[in-house]
Design a protein around this ligand. Structure first.
Ligand code: TYD
Ligand code: MG
Length: 451
């Protein structure tokens, strides 16, 4: 077979026929590697036109994956002929989620196929048994060959096919090991094309490297129709699924799942934080964070401890930049100095809360830990904190306050600025500055202890 060279960027996957010092795609320096690719015969198709009035513009039927939260993220389910990339860090639950979908589909009578490139049929069967009875129609093929996978898809025409994982697939006609940019791109391109011609809904499982990038080529994202990421802290059971790209539906939609003994469980309700014991303790403040079209109640925790050497700043599932900012504002504007102390902050339950609307709760949690007062659980704080210590309006405030009220909050501390529709059953405490909010929260603590 004839081959020719292309140069592929390690960072973004852009290609160039010649070697250049700077990537034409992402402008990274010295990031191009030479790869040999097979020269394919070029077929010239005659142009084809179609009378638009004959084209059915209807939304196509969505195939439920049987996992409610995944369906939500996909805008209802999988689409025939489309390719979905499902990626996340090792151990987050990609294989479990893919297998659960196939199992539910098979139980519903759909023809499904799992192409396992990393595990033996025995290992897959073991995982399947954890999920419950293994339905008869759930077939597994173990291969790493793209050609074999294409033949299987073409012959069996499954309605849904999972490739676990795309990084382990390789094409013998192509130089380079499995997982290389050229191999992964080629496998993705050919499998996507097969999905279209056979009307198979294809799910490709993808690995991310330790720095969170999709193994090698970010350009995979351009080749597939939908990109879904599974996020989660591996020490917690909570998992967030998120559509980063969706050609046929909304992007940015999030789903919540919980890793249990028998697979991933839908968590349509997010009262995760309220499961904790109900005692008010210093350093704990509740907030509501907006993500996609949803609002989540989150418990922000802070701990302040004397430091022996250089003070530590630990932010887990909250933004470390925003934590630094809050500490500086607390010192400069509120006379609460923690500069010589260790400060630890985290969310309880494993849901990340990194957007600016969380600032106020984070600052209040640190203040409450440092000063030693507790904020009642019935009080929820929402707001961005500026460098001057001012509280700034946040997006979707009404939605947040409604969620807080629904989950039991009786009062909310919010910025003075910003639109807020009336929400019944909740007292709205508007504040202009962080200092004022601290005073209100402390007063809330006193009122809370009286009632
Ligand atoms: P897995 O789906 O293999 O992750 P990935 O494919 O993303 O690498 O699952 C990873 C973890 O999930 C593994 O540590 C075991 C755990 N797990 C459960 O807790 N319950 C289950 O029912 C299953 C199948 C897995
Ligand atoms: Mg896996």
């Amino acid at each position: 077979m004839k081959t020719h060279s292309i140069h592929v960027c390690r960072e973004c996957g852009a290609t160039s026929p010649r070697w250049v010092g700077r990537c034409p795609g992402c402008a990274a320096w010295n990031s191009l590697d030479e790869e040999k690719v097979a020269t394919r015969a070029v077929t010239i198709h005659s142009p084809v036109t179609v009378a638009l009035h004959t084209v059915d513009g209807e939304d196509h039927e969505r195939l439920s994956t049987g996992v409610g939260e995944l369906d939500r993220v996909l805008g209802g389910g999988l689409l025939a002929g489309s390719t979905t990339l499902l990626f996340g860090e090792p151990g987050v639950g990609k294989s479990t989620l893919a297998l659960m979908s196939l199992r539910a589909l098979a139980l519903n009578g759909a023809s499904v196929l799992l192409i396992g490139a990393e595990e033996s049929a025995g290992q897959v069967a073991q995982r399947a048994r954890r999920l419950g009875d293994v339905p008869v129609g759930l077939d597994v093929a173990t291969t790493t060959s793209v050609a074999t996978a294409l033949t299987l898809i073409d012959e069996r025409r499954p309605r849904v096919c999972v490739i676990d994982s795309i990084s382990a697939m390789s094409d013998d006609d192509l130089a380079g090991v499995a997982g290389s940019v050229a191999q992964v791109r080629n496998a993705t391109e050919r499998l996507c094309a097969a999905a279209k011609t056979t009307s198979t809904a294809l799910i490709l499982v993808g690995h991310v490297t330790k720095d969170g990038e999709l193994a090698g080529p970010r350009t995979l994202e351009h080749l597939v129709d939908t990109v879904v990421r599974i996020e989660g802290d591996r020490y917690a059971s909570l998992r967030v699924v998120r559509a980063l790209k969706h050609r046929f539906g909304p992007t940015g939609e999030v789903g919540l799942l919980e890793m249990a003994n028998e697979g991933l469980r839908d968590l349509p309700d997010t009262a995760v934080a309220l499961r904790q014991p109900a005692e008010d303790v210093p350093g704990v403040v509740f907030t509501v964070t907006n993500d996609g079209s949803r609002s989540f109640l989150v418990e922000i925790q802070a701990l302040v401890a004397s430091s022996s050497a250089s003070p530590r700043r630990v932010a887990h599932q909250v933004s470390s930049q925003r934590l630094s900012l809050m500490l500086a504002v607390l010192e400069a504007r509120c006379d609460i100095d923690v500069s010589g102390l260790d400060v630890f902050s985290a969310t309880a339950g494993g849901l990340a809360a990194t957007e600016p609307g969380v600032d106020l709760a984070l600052a209040l949690a640190v203040a409450s830990a440092a000063v030693g007062f507790s904020v009642p659980r019935s009080l929820v704080a929402v707001g961005e904190v500026g460098l001057a210590g001012e509280l700034r309006a946040v997006s979707g405030l009404t939605r947040r306050v409604r969620e807080a009220q629904r989950l039991g909050a009786t009062s909310v501390v919010v910025p003075r600025a910003g639109e807020l529709e009336a929400v019944e059953g909740v007292r709205v405490l508007r504040c202009s500055t962080l200092d004022e909010a601290i005073a209100v929260a402390r007063e809330g603590a006193v009122i809370g202890s009286r009632s």
